[in-house]
Write a protein that binds this ligand. Sequence first.
Ligand code: NAD
Length: 497
Amino acid sequence: MTQQVPLLINGELVQSKSENWIPVTNPATQEVIAQVPCATADEVEQAIDAAKAAFEDWKDTPVGERARLMLRYQAILKERQDDIARLISQEVGKTFEDAKGDVWRGIEVVEHACNIASLSMGETVENVARKIDCYSITQPLGVCVGITPFNFPAMIPLWMFPMAIACGNTFVLKPSEQDPLTPMLLAELFKEAGAPDGLLQVVHGAKDVVDQLLVHKDTPAISFVGSVNVGEHIYRTGTDKMKRVQAFAGAKNHMVVMPDASKNQVVNSIAGASVGAAGQRCMAISVAVFVGEARQWIPEVRDALAKVRPGAWDDPEAGYGPLINPQARERVLNFIQEGKDAGAECILDGSECVVDGFPDGNWVGPTMFRGVTRDMSIYQEEIFGPVLIALEVDTLEEAIELINENPYGNGTSMFTSSGAAARKYQHEIKVGQVGINVPVPVPLPMFSFTGWRKSFYGDQHAYGKQAVKFYTETKTVTARWFEDDIDTGVNTTIQLK
Ligand code: NAD
């Protein structure tokens, strides 16, 4: 019988009583590898209750103990990195090396969470008035919720629960119903690292489960990563309930290519960053903006892309794997058709792609368009597939204006050998992550992963110092200790003396 994915509630793996189950498939073969439940309302309630009960003790657990849990977890994740990556390859289709990267970027956030003592230090000023000191402390919020997308089933859950829990909160994770096996393994390994029962629960399901978590009176903070429409719904609903919400959403990432850039670096970087992970990365480069003479490199970029071929996870020659499901493939193929119908020139067409031995996989080959205008749907919308658009402009100013007008502002990069051009770009561009001669500038966890405009709703971002701000309240204490009992009279003014 196909494996039924359990829930994790109060440290126990629980078989859901749901009547509503969703198949989890291998996107290279369509083989059903598991069934995941849409948790019942009672089960979601139990998960929140367990997290709430566990919070009572965990919030007072010494910071060193919280950090040591993260140290043990980091060691276990490193030891099991290959096992986790194999699972990712099975349920998402990523190549094994790329899947290992997914795990590694999550492990780095756990390493960051090990520094929780220094990260959560407050501030102190002695003598804000005579013999009066002022200091701030950070305290956890309670039960935090994480809702995660399919495309990074290790990294994105690990952006969330380790930082939240290290801050003294407890957590309910609702992973993507398309690849729940990886987050379940992460949760089991967290238990193996010695996490007390109730610190982390995992509930599965889709909209109903998310909405229950979102409006529940005992979930003060919601972290979401996913598509823009769902992100807007999460942000609006959560903030309407007066909650703290961070919602990371969709993207349309541009790379600007200046004519003074190193050509080989440009060609290889665009090819890797546009079709890696089948273009299913929120930081994938989906638009290359060639400035001036740099447009003469377009045919070489096309040729480099044409050499990348998709394949099965364990094929060492494969550049990327299949799309997550047949609907995602259909959606990408529709965009390719829309681009052709709108008059764009398809200079590399991957819509007929086949992979030997995998006739049922959700394959799309590398695809590239030029002659695209800004009003075309292939430029306006996030395609989330291995499709690159080449735009041509005459000046850097035009490139900046174009990118700043795009509704999304997740990531961007520019390739140049001019420090002055790079400095101008970094300063004027309205995008969260900026790479200078770096194609996919995902920040390491000592910084925060951000996002502007439609790519992010909220104010405090993921990991870095901002995660501590997101997952804690600040309390500011003003304190005076009397050495003697002098009668200073009644003070009716606002001043501290
Ligand atoms: P998705 O929005 O379909 O799903 C994300 C999560 O929301 C899942 O857990 C899903 O079950 C839940 N969900 C789906 N529909 C819902 C609804 N109507 N109401 C409530 N919850 C709902 O996203 P996806 O397809 O899993 O992931 C791909 C998207 O995520 C892309 O748009 C990509 O750009 C984005 N993404 C953004 C970032 C970022 O940091 N900005 C990172 C990774 C992925």
